[in-house]
Write a protein that binds this ligand. Structure first.
Ligand SMILES: Nc1ncnc2c1ncn2[C@@H]1O[C@H](COP(=O)(O)OP(=O)(O)OP(=O)(O)O)[C@@H](O)[C@H]1O
Length: 329
């Protein structure tokens, strides 16, 4: 395998709160390779968004990255100053947010929003005729993401588009500088099922066309199964299982992943009841000394009352469970 484009090691991100120090991300290791799609899956509150806010230097204050290394194309992102971030964000790494309506600026037209990104990284465009070239490229981006009549619609405001179209516009903005890595945070949660499939197919097509890497953050393992090459399952601020998507779905090792897979509706058996995993993600304060899934795990045993590390469970496949061998028998 080639060298990873993004490499995260031992990442720890905290938020001081009145109730105590919340460790939202605790010892996360991740690699994203050139051209691949990595899925990040887990319930709400498992730390998916905070992990990638940490990667792109956008953890909301008073939150902070406490430990770990984040390397992108050989650059140590934790050492970047604000100029470095400005150059990197948008041009090399772009992120789309969960809710397109709040992420887009309601007071600016779509043209103004795409052009703003293009102009911020316009070194490769000639000074003469730059404005026209930027507009041309903005229209081309809207066409690429499937907005009908882009030359006409580009001067409309976000609220004049449907939810699915707004997601496409956000993707167009994110991709307008041809980033090497697109981080798509729940790109389809607010959309109905048909539009969901269209937006996900669009991201997959553009990944192939532009040769970029994609991180697809979702709570839906069905989406992961269909659109990713590898997957990391997160639980309570940690990665609990990671591996090639097919292998992980066919042979899930961690009890949490097995529970999540039980939540994918089987196409052949749509009437079968979905059995949710009982219990809730623990509060992320003062955890340690016990497996984080302990309270919800049907396989818990006294030896699980300790900090658990990731162990090798198959080819390129790791899980954070010391009972794997016994459970699978
Ligand atoms: N500003 C904050 N202050 C305190 N705690 C926070 C803050 N932001 C996030 N957290 C903590 O981090 C945890 C993880 O949040 P995160 O948004 O990364 O989860 P997620 O897996 O992306 O969930 P979702 O699918 O709902 O977006 C939250 O449950 C919360 O405990």
């Amino acid at each position: 395998m080639s060298a990873p484009l993004l490499s995260v090691r031992s990442l720890k991100t905290c938020f001081p709160t009145r109730a105590g120090l919340v460790t939202a991300v605790d010892g996360v290791d991740l690699d994203v390779y050139p051209g691949e799609c990595l899925g990040i899956v887990g319930e709400s509150g498992s730390g998916k968004s905070v992990t990638f806010a940490s990667v792109i230097g956008l953890v909301r204050s008073p939150g902070y990255v406490a430990e770990g290394s984040i390397r992108f194309g050989g650059v140590d992102l934790r050492r970047l100053d604000s100029n470095g971030w400005r150059r990197l964000r948008g041009r090399d790494i772009a992120m789309t947010m969960q809710d397109a309506l709040t992420a887009l600026n309601p007071a600016l037209t779509v043209a103004e929003q795409i052009e703003e990104v293009l102009l911020a990284h316009a070194e490769d465009l000639p000074k003469r005729g730059r404005q026209a070239a930027v507009r041309e490229r903005a229209i081309e981006m809207l066409r690429l993401v499937g907005i009908p009549a882009p030359a006409k619609r580009i001067d409309d405001y976000p609220h004049q588009f449907s939810g699915g179209m707004r997601q496409r516009i956000m993707i167009a903005i994110a991709l307008s500088c041809r980033p090497k890595l697109l981080i798509a945070d729940e790109p389809t949660t607010a959309l109905d099922v048909t539009i969901q499939a269209q937006v996900l197919d669009l991201i997959s097509d553009l990944r192939r066309e532009l040769g970029m890497s994609v991180v697809l953050i979702t709570h839906d393992l069905g989406v992961v199964a269909e659109h990713t090459d590898r997957v990391a399952v997160m639980y309570a601020g940690q990665v609990v299982e990671a591996g090639p998507t097919r292998e992980l779905i066919d042979r899930p090792k961690h009890p949490y992943t097995r529970g999540l897979i039980g939540l994918i509706p089987r196409l052949s058996d749509l009437d079968a009841p979905i059995r949710p995993i009982e219990g809730q993600v623990p509060e992320l304060i003062g955890l340690g000394g016990i497996c984080r899934f302990y309270d919800r795990c049907e396989f818990r045993a006294s030896k699980c009352r300790t900090d658990i590390s990731m162990i090798d469970v198959g080819p390129d496949h790791r899980a954070r469970c010391i009972r794997v061998e016994e459970i699978l028998q």
